[in-house]
Design a protein around this ligand. Structure first.
Ligand SMILES: C[S@@+](CC[C@H](N)C(=O)[O-])C[C@H]1O[C@@H](n2cnc3c(N)ncnc32)[C@H](O)[C@@H]1O
Length: 317
């Protein structure tokens, strides 16, 4: 049998079972089993052996049952890194790459953060300006990634800033295993992972930047999610409490204690949470709160900063 014929067969099977992007998923699955670039599938002359056919059939059957493709093949690409995933760890989402991108911009740019939230409302995205890191001219920031999961955010930032030191924290032991393996496989030496509850493992430390993509789904919404998510991904990675905001309350309330003066906090948020989160962040004493929109125009990333810098700038009377 040729790989192309097998591809057509699997696409048909996926379509019949309502899998959304059937051609793409079938292509990725077969290319993974055959360990080839997916473009090779279309040559029409690539013959495949019985053992490969069996493996494809097993994988395809698991996918039809609802298991996410990324768990079946065991990895996903995230910000240019190959991130291993499996049961017990959330599959990194494309929108989280935006969090990484905006954090990189914010950390790189040392000019004054001069544009305030309300002026930014209609912008699709923003290159943050910040003069906040003048005490780290070598880009040797200290970054904390809360709820790190597979470590995708921590590793992408650590890879981008080799002089930075990044700590990722998660309460899940499975997450620790994946994050550590992902650091090794991506040859990232400046990111380390600690098991524990939010700030618990970093008590007494301070950071130039705190990032997080915490659980933020409203508890009563979880049963309505796609079966790939609700039946396979860990509920601890999704459940944000009754209103979805539990983690934002905890993270934002304690952020000023763990941020250097003027340090940034950058969070991924749910599609309808910006107004509530703005109030929580302001109540926690954070300043310069802005929201960045994703490609669908939804306010998806919150940026705030520790107010200490403003206190320092007040004219002495
Ligand atoms: C939405 S997932 C994000 C994972 C990863 N950062 C990403 O963006 O793909 C949230 C993560 O928070 C972790 N988590 C849940 N409760 C926690 C807690 N109290 N302290 C630390 N991590 C927690 C979960 O185990 C899960 O890995």
């Amino acid at each position: 049998m040729t790989a192309l014929n097998k591809l057509k067969e699997v696409v048909r099977l996926f379509e019949q079972n309502g899998i959304e992007d059937a051609p793409k998923e079938a292509e990725i699955l077969i290319a993974e089993v055959l360990d080839i670039d997916s473009s090779r599938l279309y040559s029409g002359d690539l013959e495949i052996q019985g053992s490969a056919i069996q493996q494809i059939d097993t994988f395809a059957a698991r996918r039809v049952q609802g298991e996410p493709l990324q768990y079946i093949i065991g990895h996903v690409e995230f910000y240019g890194l190959k991130i291993h995933v499996g049961p017990g760890v959330l599959i990194p989402r494309p929108e989280t790459e935006l969090l990484v991108e905006e954090t990189i911009k914010a950390m790189k740019n040392r000019e004054e953060l001069c544009v305030m939230g309300d002026e930014l409302k209609d912008k699709d995205s923003l290159s943050l300006n910040s003069s906040l890191f003048t005490h780290h001219p070598s880009l040797s920031f200290h970054i904390l990634d809360l709820c790190t999961g597979s470590g995708c955010i921590a590793l992408a930032l650590a890879k981008h800033f080799p002089e930075a030191s990044v700590i990722g924290v998660d309460r899940s032991e499975a997450a620790m295993v994946y994050a550590t393996q992902n650091a090794i496989e991506n040859k990232v030496q400046n990111a380390h992972f600690r098991l524990g509850d939010l700030y618990g493992p970093v008590k007494g430390m301070t950071f130039d930047c705190i990032v997080s993509n915490p659980p933020y789904v409203r508890r009563d919404e979880i049963p309505t999610l796609q079966r790939e998510v609700k039946d396979y991904e860990p509920v601890e990675a999704l459940d944000g409490g009754a209103d979805g905001l539990d983690f934002y309350r905890r993270i934002l309330k304690e952020a000023p204690v763990y941020l250097e003066g003027g340090g940034l906090i950058i969070l991924e948020i749910g599609y309808d949470q910006a107004d509530d989160i703005k109030e929580i962040a302001a109540g926690a004493g954070l300043g310069d709160i802005v929201f960045l929109k994703d490609y669908a125009g939804i306010r998806r990333i919150m940026v705030g900063r520790s107010d200490n810098i403003r206190v320092a700038r007040l004219p002495v009377s």
